[in-house]
Design a protein around this ligand. Structure first.
Ligand code: C2E
Ligand code: MG
Ligand code: MG
Ligand code: MG
Length: 282
């Protein structure tokens, strides 16, 4: 009796596992092919400085134009890409695509001066020796493009190996490459970690932004964080702004650079190009 139940239990478990494993394998091989078949795309989400009313940059966000499933968001494939290591290939592809886009905007005579384009980098890529090599090689060819790029690394990835991350960020900065910490509020970085780090900016996570108008604790955190950032002389960007009230609270705390659906959704490169061309004013 016991044995039978045990067997049944085991059976159910492997069945589930197989389904899940199958799905992962399919996403992972699909992604691999997607990169070759250029099914991937990059969208750009504008960022604005509310004090000046100016466009200050955009974040590049990967999309997968799946032949059967339609336009897929990273939530549907990024985790698998990270687990299987394909993320490294994906990050390379995105970096190449963004660089090519920037080059074409420059060729079209657009002034990107004082704008920054942010590219997300997985922890895997960030901690790999390839990253600096690739940047160095690219920087020799096209310094005018590299100059406009900032690498966003997630706080949680950084905190997995904080000491090494610190060194890496310092090395990158010494070479003139810019790094930002993404999704602050999710990875418990200590104030002493942030102290003295040569960051381009720090980005407050969407969850923090969402709670800022409802929870007093979050507002207190944001205020303390902003005053620290101010002392460290590091810019802060808030992501995921959906409502006026959130923007107001953040401004009250001293944060003035915003990214969120309230201003613009991530746009295909054509839509972003229109914004670039038309006006820098909000
Ligand atoms: P992230 O780097 O924190 O990017 C911000 C995410 O918040 C984007 O989701 C963006 O569309 C979304 N967002 C912006 N404003 C709002 C808002 O007002 N409301 C809501 N609900 N969401 C908003 P997306 O594009 O789905 O990307 C999700 C995550 O996937 C990114 O989070 C990043 O961690 C990862 N990712 C995206 N592109 C890449 C990439 O090229 N490489 C790597 N390694 N990761 C990427
Ligand atoms: Mg990001
Ligand atoms: Mg983020
Ligand atoms: Mg986020």
């Amino acid at each position: 009796e016991t044995k039978k139940r045990g067997r049944d239990g085991y059976q159910i478990y492997t069945d589930n596992l197989t389904e899940e494993a199958k799905e992962r394998v399919s996403i992972s091989t699909g992604l691999h092919n997607a990169i070759d078949k250029s099914e991937l795309d990059v969208f750009y989400q504008p960022q604005y400085n509310l004090l000046t009313g100016k466009l200050v940059g955009a974040e590049a966000l990967v999309r997968w134009r799946h032949p059967e499933k339609g336009l897929l968001l990273p939530a549907e494939f990024i985790d698998v890409a990270e687990e299987t290591g394909i993320i490294s290939e994906l990050d390379d592809w995105v970096f190449g695509r963004v660089s090519a886009d920037v080059e074409s905007w420059l060729e079209q005579g657009l002034s990107l001066e004082s704008l920054r384009i942010s590219v997300n980098i997985s922890g895997r890529k960030f901690f790999s020796a390839e990253l600096i090599d690739r940047l160095d090689r690219f920087n020799e060819e096209k310094p005018e493009i590299v100059e406009l790029l900032t690498l966003e690394v997630h706080e949680q990835d950084v905190m997995k190996n904080a000491i090494y991350a610190r060194e890496l960020i310092q090395d990158l900065r010494t070479k003139g490459y810019k790094v930002a910490i993404d999704d602050i509020g999710t990875g418990r970085s200590s104030l002493s970690f942030l102290q003295g780090l040569p960051l381009d900016y720090m980005k407050l996570d969407r969850t923090v932004v969402h709670n800022v108008s409802s929870g007093e604790n979050d507002f207190a955190f944001v205020k303390a964080f902003l005053s620290l950032a101010h002392e460290l002389n590091v810019e802060v960007i808030a992501e995921g702004i959906e409502e006026e009230q959130q923007a107001n609270k953040l401004r009250e705390a001293g944060c003035h650079v915003m990214q969120g659906f309230m201003y613009s959704h991530p746009l295909p490169s054509g839509g972003w190009l229109e914004i670039l061309k038309s006006s820098r004013l909000l």
